[in-house]
Write a protein that binds this ligand. Structure first.
Ligand code: GLN
Length: 559
């Protein structure tokens, strides 16, 4: 039977619970333990697939095609935990299952209630993660903040779970805030006391506290928190703001968090270390030799979370190229008219990510034209590829008004359109082309140069496709089709002849990039941007990582 860790959050949201959870996973893996990670989300949507990035940030796609919370991306980037459909449980899924059973008559004669029916269903899903497999520890992160009405059933299920599994098999870790009050010049523990108290009212005593803070916690303050919150002093862990998210496991390890967890869970002590992670990921992130600027042209650029995996994948490519990747986030709506110089002349590479809906589309298409004509390295992903195809049709093939039928159903040149199987889809939730599909790579292409393989597999999340009707016209004019699905049934990668690096793919490579295993396409793109440096800015990185907080990488939005 595996041991279990539940991670809750208190005081405010956005304290980095996902990264803290992933870091704990990393710590335990470094000890040779086999872990599985899971996120329990209290919203009623069955999955975040139908939510806007403004509501939810990025929708992370798993190998098996689940549309999930972006924290699962952190789990996959930090650990080797398997991630799939079972890894993200929502209130929507739980109620859906219970109501389906009720209609079937499974509870015949009974009143169906939150306790025990909903909580049983939640516990079942926590157990399902490890059923039939051998894990040492299952880590379940509970979304939301303690005190929210909607997370109550999950907390109650976790409380019951510990009761059933025994104290030595379940640990509760609570992430909380210790704010620094500038006027008083002091760190304050009261919000932490309150949130630990709220948990206790529900019947959960936190075992370990991760205290998010901008200043160091003194020994006295730790003792005070320990005393008032009823935890051991060594279980009060400081979670200071750090320069790179990849430093968090090191910070926890320094304070012996892994030892405390193992002691509470009666796991055999194994030393383990994070030396490779420090050397190959953290040090290379903080002290790169070179610097390169990539412009990301999208419509959700003002949000930190909307292109999470994409920004991380660019940083991983930076690690691989010994470079700091400065990300300029450019709102595509600002590129709809006028000169693009102000926005794009100072970047070394242009990336257009995935997206839905018409807003800002023409700005993306103009940015792609700029990249094509000025021979700036270009990388298009999903909608980014579709826009590249539209741009080439309009300006390279003189197909005036060419478009995707997503945006103009009546276009005379539907170069991107729906497959027949998608035409009849009535329900929008979970019905896109989702998850991993194989892709054949043609030799003599940028894709082959990057992957070094003729068969790859990548994750998808889209409904529209390259329209094969125009395939030959495109090829004649210099569009290389370098990646296809099922011997050509679907176009997966396109490239431009007569351009130093112009590649666009229908899949989402960002979901498979890891800091210690950067994605080949991102790596090649950043490498080319660095090599060519079309912006003409200097290549060497400034040596001041101490000044950049939270991320060792700068991102800025161009106004
Ligand atoms: N909106 C496009 C489609 O559905 C692209 C999707 C995406 O970029 N993820 O095909």
């Amino acid at each position: 039977m595996p041991k279990h860790i539940f991670i809750t959050g208190g005081v405010v949201s956005s304290l980095g619970k996902g990264i803290a959870s992933a870091s704990i996973g990393k710590l335990l893996e470094a000890k040779g333990l086999k872990i599985a990670m899971q996120k329990l989300d209290p919203y009623i949507n069955v999955d975040p697939g139908t939510m806007s990035p403004y509501q939810h940030g990025e929708v992370y796609v798993t190998e098996d095609g689940a549309e999930t919370d972006l924290d699962l991306g952190h789990y996959e980037r930090f650990t080797n935990s398997p991630i799939g459909k079972l890894s993200n449980v929502t209130t929507g899924q739980v109620y859906h299952a219970v109501i389906t059973k009720e209609r079937r008559g499974d509870y015949l004669g009974g009143t169906v209630q939150v306790v025990p029916h909903i909580t049983d269903e939640i516990k079942e899903r926590i157990r399902a993660v490890s059923r039939g497999k051998r894990y040492d520890v299952v880590i379940s992160e509970i979304g939301g903040t303690v005190g929210d009405i909607e997370s109550l059933p999950f907390l109650e299920a976790a409380r019951q779970f510990r009761q059933e599994e025994g104290r030595e098999n379940v640990v509760f870790i609570h992430l909380t805030l210790v704010p620094f009050i500038r006027a008083a010049g002091e760190l304050k523990t009261k919000p932490t006391q309150h949130s630990v108290g709220t948990l206790r009212e529900i019947g959960i005593q936190a075992d370990i506290l991760l205290c998010r803070t901008e200043k160091r916690l003194s020994k006295d303050l730790r003792s005070k928190i320990a005393l008032f919150c009823n935890v051991d002093p060594e279980a009060v862990i400081e979670a200071r703001d750090v320069r790179s998210i990849y430093e968090v496991p090191l910070m926890f390890k320094e304070q012996g968090l892994d030892q405390v967890i193992c002691r509470y869970l009666r796991l055999e002590y194994k030393a383990g270390n994070l030396n490779d992670w420090k050397k190959d990921v953290v040090d290379r992130t903080l002290y790169p030799k070179y610097q390169v600027t990539i412009g990301v042209v999208g419509k959700y650029v003002e949000l930190q979370d909307a292109y999470k995996s994409l920004y991380e994948a660019l940083r991983h490519a930076g690690i691989a190229n010994d470079a700091r990747v400065v990300i300029k986030r450019i709102n595509s709506e600002r590129l709809m008219k006028g000169s693009l110089e102000h926005y794009l002349s100072k970047v070394d590479g242009i990336l257009v990510p995935g997206g839905f809906g018409n807003r800002g589309i023409e700005g993306k298409i103009r940015a792609i034209k700029y990249a094509r004509e000025n021979k700036i390295p270009f990388f298009g992903i999903c909608l980014g590829m579709q826009c590249a195809v539209i741009e080439f049709a309009r300006n390279g093939l003189e197909m005036k008004g060419a478009h995707s039928t997503e945006f103009n159903k009546k276009t005379s040149y539907p170069v991107i359109s729906l497959l027949e199987e998608q035409e009849n889809v009535a329900n929008l939730g979970g019905t896109m082309r989702l998850g991993a599909y194989p892709c054949e790579i043609k030799k003599n292409s940028l894709a082959y140069e990057a992957y070094g393989a003729e068969e790859i597999s990548e994750r998808h999340r889209h409904r529209y496709e390259f329209n094969n009707k125009y395939r030959e016209d495109f090829i004649k004019k210099g569009l290389r089709i370098s990646g296809v699905y099922q011997s050509g049934k679907l176009v997966e990668i396109v490239e431009l002849e007569n351009h130093p690096w112009f590649l666009a793919c229908q899949f989402h490579p960002e979901f498979k990039s890891k800091p210690d295993k950067p994605h080949p396409l991102f790596k090649a793109f950043v490498q080319k941007a660095l090599e060519l440096k079309p912006s003409g800015s200097k290549k060497e990185a400034d040596k001041k990582p101490e000044e950049t907080q939270e991320h060792a990488y700068e991102t800025s939005t161009v106004k």
